[in-house]
Write a new protein. Structure first.
Length: 362
């Protein structure tokens, strides 16, 4: 069975969120800035949308220079708002986490994921999955993303950057080496400017050239650990696993309601299949939860949650159903109509090696 790894990258994330929040800015150059506060122009550009990039606006550029390049242009200079971006990011990552075998979040706007089991190693099924995932994220968040699929993290990461924005690039096992070979060595995940300069000084400018370089020569330059990684990465044989750095700390399911609703029974009914799917996951992995949360996403895409910590861990479905309904009842007393609804269980514990619940709680 072929291993299938993906990399999801939210396109020009901060600036795209600003477009979602203010649709009238869609065709306007948007520059998201980290202002220093010393003057109105002091600070640097965090990111920009593609319209602004047409004028040469780049990340890390001084705001004053960006304003000069956009002089006379109706552009929007917006201060960075990490709280807002984290809210969008968390919702996308919740969606991704609920769909894949394993997720490894690599930043606020990107994540690796493994779908080998879900797709049974079938790249056609993986392609369909990726297209459906992109469609769902756009439908629910109005955000585009680029996805790369490949046999390992190195290939997936490079593939996600191959067609942007809103791209999907699938690189199968048998085509991976040919895909990588002509590309610049800087495309390899983890190769920074310093490493690239040392390689280029030795005449190694493409991934194909790197793949044919004796490991001993690479060891002389970088030491054994990095040399082995560069050799495997360039030959598309790197086998680094996708690892959830947070461990099995939480599981969630989020659904989009057929219509905005404030009716508890209607919301609970729509959420029931997702709740049962979540419970089946808990039982199959012998996981017990101690904390449960109701997630409500409003019409303006803001998120509200209500949570409860239980006295002892459980994976009993009636308990889960009861707690979720009570939490939504409390949540709906404080908010308007919901566009989406979800549930999250956390403080997860693997009970496979516990002889009894009493032993665990003691």
């Amino acid at each position: 069975m072929s291993r299938i790894v993906g990399h999801l990258d939210l396109d020009y994330f901060y600036a795209q969120v600003e477009e979602v929040e203010a649709p009238s800015l869609k065709d306007t150059p948007i520059v998201v800035c980290v202002f220093s506060g010393r003057t109105e122009e002091s600070g640097v550009v965090s990111t920009s949308n593609y319209k602004a990039r047409e004028y040469g606006i780049k990340s890390g550029m001084p705001i004053a220079l960006a304003k000069r390049r956009l002089d006379g242009i109706d552009a929007a200079f917006i201060p960075v708002d990490h709280g807002k971006y984290e809210t969008y990011s968390s919702r996308v990552m919740e969606t991704l986490r609920s769909q894949v075998d394993t997720i490894e979040q690599a930043g606020i706007d990107e994540a690796f994921f493994d779908i080998t089991k879900r797709t049974r190693g079938d790249y056609d099924a993986a392609t369909t999955f990726a297209l459906e995932l992109k469609t769902r994220i756009f439908r629910e968040e109005k955000l585009t993303c680029s996805i790369g699929l490949g046999p390992n993290k190195v290939v997936a990461k490079i593939a996600s950057d191959f067609k942007k924005p809103d791209g999907l690039t699938v690189v199968r096992d048998e085509t991976a080496f040919g895909f990588l070979s002509p590309l610049s060595i800087e495309k390899i995940y983890g190769v920074g400017p310093k490493t690239a300069r040392l390689l280029e000084a030795g005449g190694i400018k493409t991934i194909g050239a790197l793949a044919s370089t004796p490991t001993e020569r690479l060891e002389d330059l970088f030491g054994k650990k990095l040399a082995v990684y560069l050799h495997k990465a360039s030959n598309s044989t790197d086998d680094e696993q996708v690892v959830d750095r947070g461990g099995s700390s939480q599981l969630s399911r989020i659904i989009t309601l057929k219509q905005d609703s404030h009716d508890l029974d209607q919301i609970a009914g729509a959420l029931a299949p997702a709740l049962k799917d979540l419970h089946e996951r808990l039982v199959s992995e012998n996981l017990f939860f101690r904390s449960v949360s109701a997630i409500g996403i409003l019409k303006d895409l803001s998120t509200r949650t209500r949570s409860k910590t239980l006295e002892s861990p459980t994976n009993d479905y009636p308990v889960l159903e009861k707690e979720v309904k009570e939490l939504f009842s409390a949540l709906l007393r404080e908010v308007g109509d919901l566009r989406r609804a979800g549930v999250r269980v956390s403080e997860l514990h693997d009970m496979a090696n516990q002889r009894s619940l009493a032993e665990f709680t003691s």
